[in-house]
Design a protein around this ligand. Structure first.
Ligand SMILES: Cc1cc2nc3c(=O)[nH]c(=O)nc-3n(C[C@H](O)[C@H](O)[C@H](O)COP(=O)(O)O)c2cc1C
Length: 347
């Protein structure tokens, strides 16, 4: 099935502008999810082995999730759940709608199986995302909601902006991913700093603690973080009890041809794998199983998913792999994990 996708569908889709294709895919998924017969066929074709795992108190059908940024407006979640994912991370959602950066802002590095994006949190805002989820929930898999900051909000006001977004989205997510690591929002990555991260997280954790159901949080970190930054984030995670997602995209171009150095934005896909794995391994060593870790960056198949699980990830996520390997990537990964006898307790 993956072969057919790569030979036929990908070859066709890659003739068009990447963002046009992405928007068309989301529109098609949105339309398809309303047709129950079509949904059932997709579900049947993508049906994957169950490899249940419980992380942060949430039961996941399997450890392979969709990474944030694919469905920024939470509008195609029902269709995406049918592709066999163990969970979906939707968003990143900001409080107010915003257009994102000027186009073009999404580039394929075909030979490297990579993507550069500088989308800049283009999204319809928290209220639209909430409206959409109100229609689509409940879903057969857990949903994480990634929250971010509006571009026109000052760094000083960032904690309030994140908190307001969280309040709008709270009832719709099973967990929340706090995105401080997109390279495409000015100064966002400065929120990794110890005190700034504490000031950002505390109001959100306090809010969650005051709700009927206290839901878990993850902070998504950058692969370009230095050791001190990583140690600070890990120490706070253990102190406060939130998980970490390692990692977002990189600003480094050291693993791709020099031609791409002129393209600003975050690099994802195969060339991110090693760097992201190194940060994942360090993160897992720092938190020592006291809080959960999700691995993201360069998962393209069974072996690249399993290596993250072996490095200490409790769950993994896929974005570029879905673009390059196609909609049956989860099934392929799960069959591999099953063949290799992977189970959550085997870690
Ligand atoms: C086009 C694009 C948009 C993305 N948007 C977001 C986003 O809004 N929020 C976020 O946390 N990560 C975002 N990401 C990062 C992915 O979630 C993921 O962490 C990263 O791409 C590494 O995984 P991959 O190598 O499997 O693509 C985006 C990635 C891409 C390629």
């Amino acid at each position: 099935m993956g072969f057919l996708y790569r030979k036929l569908i990908r070859s066709l889709l890659f003739n068009f502008n990447p963002e046009t294709v992405h928007d068309a895919v989301i529109r098609a998924a949105r339309a398809a999810q309303g047709l129950e017969a079509l949904n059932s066929v997709v579900r049947l074709m993508a049906r994957a082995k169950d490899l249940p795992v419980t992380v942060a108190g949430i039961k996941f059908r399997n450890p392979v999730g969709l990474a944030a940024g694919f469905d920024k407006n939470c509008e195609a979640a029902r269709f995406l759940a049918g592709l066999g994912f163990g969970f979906l991370e939707l968003g990143t959602v900001t409080l107010r709608p915003q257009p994102g950066n000027p186009k073009p802002r999404l580039f394929r590095l075909r030979d490297d199986k990579a993507i550069i994006n500088r989308m800049g949190f283009n999204n319809a805002g928290a209220w639209e995302a909430a409206k959409s989820l109100e229609r689509l929930l409940p879903l057969p898999v857990p949903v994480g909601i990634s929250v971010g900051k509006n571009a026109d909000c000052s760094m000083e006001d960032a904690p309030k902006n994140y908190l307001e977004t969280l309040k709008v989205m709270y009832e719709f997510g099973d967990y929340f991913a706090v995105n401080i690591s997109s390279p495409n929002t000015l100064q966002l990555r400065s929120l990794h700093g110890g005190d700034k991260l504490r000031r950002l997280l505390e109001p959100m954790l306090d809010f969650a603690a005051g709700q009927k159901r206290t839901k878990p949080f993850f902070v998504k970190i950058a692969p370009d973080l230095d050791d001190a930054g990583l140690e600070g984030a890990a120490a706070l995670a253990v102190e406060k009890g939130f998980g970490l997602i390692a990692t977002n995209t990189t600003v480094s171009r050291s693993s791709v041809p020099v031609y791409w150095s002129g393209y600003e934005g975050g690099l994802s896909g195969r060339p991110l794998r090693e760097l992201s794995n190194a940060v994942l391994a360090k993160t897992a060593a720092l938190v020592k199983g006291r809080v959960p870790v999700i691995g993201s960056g360069g998962v393209f198949d069974g072996p690249t998913a399993l290596e993250k699980l072996k490095l200490g990830a409790d769950l993994v996520q896929v974005y570029s792999g879905l673009v390059y390997e196609g909609p049956f990537i989860v099934k392929d990964i799960l069959e591999y994990l099953h063949r290799r006898g992977w189970s959550p307790s085997a870690r």
